[in-house]
Structure formats: C-alpha cells, structure tokens
Design a protein around this ligand. Structure first.
Ligand code: HDE
Length: 688
C-alpha cells in the first residue's frame, strides 16, 4: 500500500491526505484540493480534437495565471526587500513613549524594502534615481512604517505637486519612453519651472543617485516628525539610517555598463550578502530638537526641501537594524508589502509638513488599488505582530474574522476577548497643538529660499564629487532636446554656484550664458560646508563586504591566489574568479581553480577592484579578446585598484595603459597580499 502524504501547501480545514506522487514529490492538486493526474495535457475530444469546457484543471490553471499580476506601484515599482530586526541601544523614555525605544537591547522585527523611484518593475537597478528606503517595524504597539529615501530632502514642498513631478519623471505619455531615467525634456521642464526642486536636484545629480548597492547607502525619514513622551511633552525629530558598511557609489559610466551586464545588480548584491551571512546593518540616528531651535533655524522645519546640517544638530545614534533573512517568496513579501506613512505608534507623531500630510492620504489609497481590498492588512507581511482587535469586518478576502456576537460599540456583551474598547491611557493620542488660520492655498513665505541649501550641498563635496555632479547635469541636459529648458536650468544653477553653472553651460555648448533665474530670495553664502553631506569625506576605510574580481588564465600563480583570497577572507570581503572559460583553469601548481564567471559575463564593472592573475601565455591570449581588454580598461577608467603581476603586462599593454600605470596599479610581486587588500580599503584611486 502506498504511504499517505500530508500535503503541506494551502492548509484546508480538516487536513488533506493524498497519496504521494513519487518518492520525492507530493501530489499536485487544484486550488480546490482535487488531486491532478496529468497537468501537461488538456482534456480533448480525441487526441487531435477540440478541448472540452469541462477541463476544470486547465481552466483553473489558466484562469489563475491570467490574474497573476497586480498593478505595480505607481512609483517605487522596482524594489527589493529583506527581513531583520531593530535593536535599541538605550532607553529613550525621556523623549518618547514609543514601545520600541523603551528598553535597552529590545529587539523589534522589521521588513525593509529598497527601491528606485521612476522605473517600472523590470527596469535596471543602476538608474540614476533616488532610492526608496522603507522600513516596517512590527512593534508591540502596532506597525510603525518609516517610509524614507536615501536622500534627506525632496523635489517639492507640497503634495499636490506630486502627480506632476512623477508624470514628468516617468516615460513621456506619447512615446512611452525613456524608461527609468530623468534625462529627458519633461523632467527638466518641470524642474526648471519649479525652483523648489533645485536642492534635491543637486543630490540627484550627485553620486548618491548611483549607489554601489543598497548596503552602502544612507536612509532618511526626510520630514520632521514629533516624539512624544509619557508626560505628553513634544520634541521634533529627523530620522537617519547610517550604513555600518560605509557609504559607496559607482561612477556614471560604470552604472550604464552594470545595467547591461547585470540589471539586477542591487537585488543580487543584497540577496548574496545575506545568504553569505554578511548581514548588512544600519544604525538609526535621530536629530532631536525643540520648538526654540525650530523657531530660530534658518529654514522652516516643515519644508521637506531643507535639511538640518548634522553640524548644527548632531545625529544621536539610538539603535541598529540588521537585515538577516531574505524573503521566501518575492511576491508575497516584497511585492505585497504595503507601507503607509500613517502607520504610526504612540510616542511618534506627524508634523504639518504639507508633503507628509499629503502622503498620509496617498499611501492607504494606493494600497487599496494595488492590493485590491481593504483587507491588505490581513496579509502576513502587513499584519501587525501584536494583538489586534477592532470592529472592522468583511470585505474582499477577509482572513481575520473574529468569533462572537459583538461587532459594534457601545455594546453590553462584556467578557469577550473579541469585544475591545478604546484605552484612554495607552491609546495613540495626537499631540495637542493649537491650529488656526485662514483657509488658503498659499505657500508659506518661510519656504521661499530655494537655492541656499543647494549651494551648501555643492560646496560640501570634494572636487571629484563636484566634477561628477557637473558631468551628471551636462549628461542629463544633453538629452533635453528643447534648448530653452537647458538654458532655464543653467539659470537656476547660476543661483547655486557660478563655476558649476559655467561648467555645465560649457559642456552643453551654450552660446550665451543666461541671466540667473529670478529668485524669491537671494542665495545665502554664509552657510558653511557640511562634511557629513559628502560621500568621499566619509569614506569607509574597509574592503569588508566588497568584491574583488580576479581575472585568471591557466598557469596563474597559485600561491598569490591563495594568499590574496586568505587576506580577503580575513577582511570579510568577497571575490569572484573570472576565467576565459567557465570550467575554470589550472594554476601553476597543477591545482584546479573554479571560475564563477566567464570573462564576457563578468566584466570589471561588477567588482570593486580587480586582480590580473594570468600567466604570460594567458595574458597574450586574453590580449586578443575585446572583453578581456574592456575588463582592464574599464577598471582603469572607473578609478579602480588593479592588482597585477609582471606576466599580465601583455594584456595591460594591449589596452594602451602601460604608460599610464599609476599608484592604483599594485604589483603583487612587490607587496604582500595583506598590503594589497589594505590598499583596497581606499575603495577607489580617485587621484587618477
Ligand atoms: Fe512616496 N509613494 N510619495 N515618497 N514613497 C509611494 O506608495 C507619495 C515621498 C516612498 O517600498 C506610493 O505603496 C506622495 C517622499 C517610498 O513599497 C504612493 C508623495 C518619500 C515608497 C506614494 C510622496 C517617499 C513610496 C506608491 C508626495 C521619502 C516605496 C506605492 C507628497 C520620504 C515604498 C506605494 C515601498 C511609495 C506617494 C513623496 C518615499 C503613491 C503623494 C518625500 C520609499 O503612495
């Protein structure tokens, strides 16, 4: 007798016992649980006859397939999520009664989704774009969603402009392109007509918009929020995420090539790091300030196009987030997760930032469209992990259906677990704030300075970063076909920094310099540089979590390979062997070396640094291969460190770089493997 098998997929009532389909496979069933005997042939009248209507197996299979897609997110469609936890460093009970911040060492589960903004779901990861950084904390007093970005300011000051901003950034409506890029007329038309976007444009044209990976970027709550303590006292707060891995970006030419070589570069990176046990961590920081600071600050703290420099209000580190588990199912978790800015918990509250207020409407609304039912909160990824009792009921796909008679309030059916009441002591209380004023459609005068912080951001960058920004503006505007838009944009840049504007104008070949844009307020030149705004000034000084690409051939020097890989292991770094053929090579000691990539599938843009470990014969052979020459010349052009041995010189020569070999080329015959890995801690050789 065949042994019985317990089907462990959809758990129906009463359990399902089917006979096992084979030693290793359970029996396939329909969604109704009916065992299927053949799912590769439809039911036909005769082997060559028409398919019958009664084929419930086929009809159900195709019906379900036809409805697999749900609307993608209108923005942030392309994203990648992971699970983890947040750990509180110290009790913050003096400033907030939020459950997660009460006890030192408390761990709260989280789900985090990173995303690009403009591209559709299948767009490449390395688009020049803002990155979403959304965290759902499953706290003991409800879900708190900190739905942030990797840039601390935003393009617009009022939510009513959001549909216009996004329409302008996404594909143009007549032609349906370009995809996942802002280098087109509509975007720059909108921005150049909305001077409030200038500060954010500085960030978007900086290296922040082409991060090396999600693991190497900061996150920001952007808006000013409120913290409320048990006594009802209020402080303002801005939230920051600081990657313990350090900050790192790629260069633009590299980004373009990564998009071709591996459009999933960022999601693959996160997946691989977590599976390798190299769990990425971010520390949560708070800039906490009071009403007096807000009243005296140069800008309005309700204006999301402004930040507060860390030098003015230091970031207090309050805990860390560790992402340590990839999803089991992309759709169920990453796609169905529904972030809502209005998911807030006692101890945290909103401010009147008009962008935040609009977001509070938009997120709930969009989830209904996307997930199709008010019951999206019943999906495991969205459901709170604390008790949840209310009288909301029914609706499509209701999964949370309490027993009992009480479904209204007030009622007199006491003593029932499913008969909750509001709790005056512990319930969420909005911070009391006096609000009065005329009903107006006016932008506050305090929001009027659009250029001063843009200038502050620019002067805070290193020369290399400033050059990247000039190039980015020039690249994007070069794709704008309508010349007045280019000029209008340069006229705004003139209000930010003259040399930036001139550099961009020159790269665009503008015949004449336009007049500076008319400004509601003139640019302040008294705001000092803020080092915290630069990536390179805060370089990580570690190669941990980074990856070396090792280009090999037969007869490579096996002892160097062994020493370098051992040094990388002790640094906590990764490597991949790139060989002329995927079967790998044999080293000079006769040992087999496995390859993870074939040279045309593993270009150097996928690595943080490269090592050319080839025999002379191998170098001569690779010198004939364009993809091997690109491996070297791209690494050079992208300011990467290039390790080599004398025998690699024929390949280097073939790329024309022999006369340009600088200190970024490191000869492994002259330095130890540890010293080589030590140099890699500088990440890039920017002097080049
Ligand atoms: Fe969003 N935004 N947003 N946004 N946003 C969405 O919600 C919206 C803004 C951000 O991984 C949508 O579930 C408005 C700022 C992230 O699932 C939508 C305004 C910041 C994500 C929406 C903004 C963000 C979204 C689309 C102007 C940084 C992805 C799908 C007032 C602080 C979350 C969805 C995820 C997603 C509306 C501006 C961050 C339509 C109206 C500022 C990280 O509701």
């Amino acid at each position: 007798m065949a042994e019985s098998f317990k089907y462990n997929g959809n758990k129906g009532q009463g359990g399902e016992l089917h006979q096992k389909a084979g030693d290793d496979y359970p029996t396939m069933t329909t969604a109704q649980g009916c065992p299927v005997h053949d799912d590769q042939n439809s039911l036909k009248a005769g082997t060559r006859g028409p398919t019958t209507m009664e084929d419930h197996v086929m009809r159900e299979k195709i019906f379900h397939f036809d409805h697999e897609r749900i609307p993608e997110r209108v923005v942030h469609a392309r994203g990648y999520g992971a699970h983890g936890y947040f750990e509180t460093y110290e009790s913050l009970s003096d400033i907030t009664c939020a459950d997660i911040f009460q006890t030192k060492g408390k761990k709260t589960p989280v789900f985090t989704r990173f995303s690009t903004v403009a591209g559709n779901q299948g767009s490449p990861d390395l688009a020049r774009d803002v990155r979403g950084f959304a965290v759902k904390f499953y706290t003991q007093e409800g879900n708190w969603d900190l739905v942030g970005n990797n840039i601390p300011v935003f393009f617009i000051q009022d939510a009513i402009k959001f549909p216009d901003l996004i329409h302008s950034a996404k594909q143009e409506p007549d032609r349906g392109f370009p995809q996942a890029q802002t280098a087109h007329d509509n975007f720059w038309d909108f921005c150049s007509l909305s001077p409030e976007s200038t500060h954010m444009l500085m960030w978007a044209m900086s290296d922040r918009a082409i991060p090396r990976s999600f693991r190497f970027m900061e996150g920001f709550g952007v808006h000013t929020f409120k913290l409320i303590n048990a006594k009802g006292e209020m402080k303002y707060v801005k939230f920051h995420w600081k990657p313990k891995q350090g900050l790192q970006s790629v260069v633009w030419n590299e980004a373009l090539k990564i998009n071709g070589a591996d459009p999933d570069f960022h999601r693959r990176d996160l997946w691989n790091a977590i599976l390798a046990g190299d769990f990425p961590e971010w520390e949560l920081g708070m800039q906490v300030f009071d009403q007096e600071f807000a009243d005296n600050f140069e800008f309005d703290v309700l204006d999301a196009t402004k930040l507060i420099p860390e030098e003015q209000v230091p970031v207090k580190i309050v805990g860390k987030m560790v992402l340590n588990k990839v999803v089991d199912n992309f759709f169920a978790e990453t796609e169905q997760v529904a972030f809502c800015t209005q998911n807030i918990v006692p101890g945290i509250d909103f401010t009147n930032d008009p962008l935040l207020q609009g977001r509070n409407f938009s997120y709930l609304d969009t989830q209904l469209k996307r997930l199709g039912s008010t019951n999206f909160t019943h999906l495991p990824i969205n459901a709170p992990k604390c008790p949840m009792r209310h009288f909301q009921q029914d609706g499509h796909m209701a999964m949370h259906n309490p027993k009992g008679r009480a479904n209204y309030e007030p009622n007199s059916w006491a003593g029932d677990e499913n008969n909750p009441r509001a709790c005056p002591e512990h319930g969420f209380k909005s911070h009391h704030e006096e609000v009065m004023g005329e009903k107006v459609r006016h932008r506050s005068e305090t929001f009027a300075d659009h250029y001063s912080q843009a200038r502050q951001f620019y002067i805070s960058q290193t020369e290399t970063e400033q050059m990247h920004m000039r190039d980015a503006f020039a690249f994007e505007l070069s794709k704008v076909e309508h010349l007045p838009i280019r000029e209008r944009m340069v006229s705004h840049l003139l209000n930010v920094d003259k040399s930036l504007a001139e550099g961009v104008a020159e790269a665009l070949g503008l015949a004449e310099m336009p007049e500076p844009a008319e400004a509601a307020m003139s640019t302040r030149d008294d705001l000092p540089a803020s080092d915290a705004l630069s990536i390179l000034k805060n370089a990580p000084q570690t190669f941990k979590g980074r990856k070396l690409g090792i280009l090999v051939s037969d007869d490579l020097d096996g002892s160097i390979l062994e020493n370098v890989t051992a040094a990388l292991d002790s640094e906590g770094a990764m490597y991949e062997v790139v060989a002329p053929q995927i079967g790998g090579v044999t080293c000079d000691k006769g040992k087999k070396v496995d390859a993870q990539q074939k040279v045309d599938g593993g270009p150097s843009v996928l690595y943080d640094a490269v090592l050319l470990l080839v025999s002379e014969k191998g170098a001569n052979m690779l010198a004939e291969k364009p993809e091997a020459k690109d491996f070297v010349s791209d690494a050079f052009a992208h300011n990467k460190f290039i390790g080599y041995t004398q025998s690699a010189l024929p390949l280097i020569k073939a790329t024309g770089l022999e006369s340009k070999m600088d200190d970024g080329f490191i000869n492994l015959e002259n330095v130890s493997a540890d010293e080589f890995v030590g140099s890699l801690r500088n990440i890039r050789f920017w002097q080049r």
